[in-house]
Design a binder for this molecule. Structure first.
Ligand code: UFG
Length: 327
């Protein structure tokens, strides 16, 4: 079985990717510093604790497992935090990725699947975003991911590194079998925070801004189920294993939902009232982020199966009620 090095394999998306890789016949090797990840979520292959900033540790892990490819999820990923502490984003995301890419190239591992974001596009005034849109991030998180995309292109030109870059829209939901799920500490994402408010773990959900230029005044996002998202990543590995060239795919459904619409769906799925308060805009938030592309469906053969908002909230609610990881 081929080893795939999964950085951030103890995190929300990385752990789902490990499950999907195992099901597809690969051995996912998790590399994670456990700062935001959970060791309890590493269930599908070996675990190596380590930091992206520790080049010697990376070299050791590449030598031990000789992975066929890298799947790189490990990153700081909160838009709001990135506006308060941009240095952390440039250090962990950009310098950390540089270490990882150099370690991979030096180990002769030239296939790389990268977790990027639609936050690299910035706020483009209601435009649906496809892979050819100009990237002009409005927050340090998006800027850090765009820099890593550039880095991958340069290492492709100089060292023959081939990469599949996925620009995610808003990832939600969880493993339908309930083995793993979304759990961040602290939590900042809309759906888990809303579920906390619904079952009384928080007093209310604050809606960040009700004066955006959208039909109901709240931000619009394109939600994609984590299981569909990681299926695309397995196809990304197969793309590279099949000898194809570097490429970029958006991963979103093309349907946008406002914060108020997500609130309404959550009330319907859980059959409970969502306590809300209306608050100020959160710095760094774009008005509308919706994918305008079905390129992954056409060219990668990706078939999203669970990405209806109702199913994503249903899966998230089931996980939410079943308990969480412990450090
Ligand atoms: N929101 C609220 N209240 C909250 C939390 C969020 O109103 O308590 C709103 C946000 O303002 C935003 C929407 O809900 O309009 C979604 O916010 P999230 O924090 O769930 O997600 P983001 O869109 O900020 O960011 C997420 C990932 C990023 C990724 C981005 C792509 O965290 O890594 O999706 O859109 F880049």
């Amino acid at each position: 079985m081929k080893n795939i090095l999964v950085t951030g394999g103890a995190g929300y998306i990385g752990s789902h990717a490990c499950k999907a890789l195992k099901a597809a016949g690969y051995t996912p090797v998790t590399y994670d510093n456990l700062i935001t990840g959970w060791q309890d979520a590493v269930k599908f292959g070996p675990f190596e604790q380590g930091d992206l900033l520790d080049r010697a540790r990376l070299d050791e892990v590449f030598a031990k497992y000789q992975p066929a490819a890298v799947m790189h999820f490990a990153a700081l990923s909160q838009v709001g935090e990135s506006m308060k502490d941009p240095g952390a984003y440039w250090r962990n995301n950009v310098v950390g990725s540089l270490n990882l890419i150099e370690a991979a190239v030096d180990a002769g591992c030239l296939q790389f699947v990268f977790s990027s974001t639609c936050a690299t596009y910035g706020d483009q005034d209601g435009v649906t975003l496809d892979e050819t849109c100009v990237q002009q991030p409005i927050n340090a998180y998006g800027a850090s991911k765009r820099a890593i995309e550039d880095m991958l292109e340069n290492f492709g030109q100089s060292h023959g590194l081939r990469s599949v870059i996925f620009r995610y829209f808003n990832v939600a939901g969880g493993d339908p079998e309930g083995e793993i799920g979304e759990f961040h500490q602290p939590e900042t994402h809309l759906i888990p925070l809303m579920l906390d408010a619904i079952d009384g773990k928080r007093p209310a959900l604050t809606i960040f801004g009700t004066d955006y230029d959208t039909p109901d005044g709240t931000c619009i996002r394109d939600y994609v189920h984590v299981c569909d998202l990681v299926d695309a990543h397995v196809k990304g590995v197969e793309w590279l294993q099949g000898g194809k060239d570097s490429t970029v795919f958006n991963l979103g459904t093309g349907d946008g939902f406002s914060v108020r619409e997500v609130v309404a769906y959550s009330a319907e799925v859980t059959n409970k009232v969502v306590p809300i308060v209306e608050g100020e805009r959160r710095p760094g938030d774009a008005t509308k982020l919706v994918s305008g592309s079905s390129r992954a469906i056409r060219e990668l053969g990706w078939t999203p199966k669970r990405s209806s908002l109702k199913l994503m909230i249903t899966d998230a609610w089931r996980w939410h009620q079943s308990g969480h990881y412990e450090k």
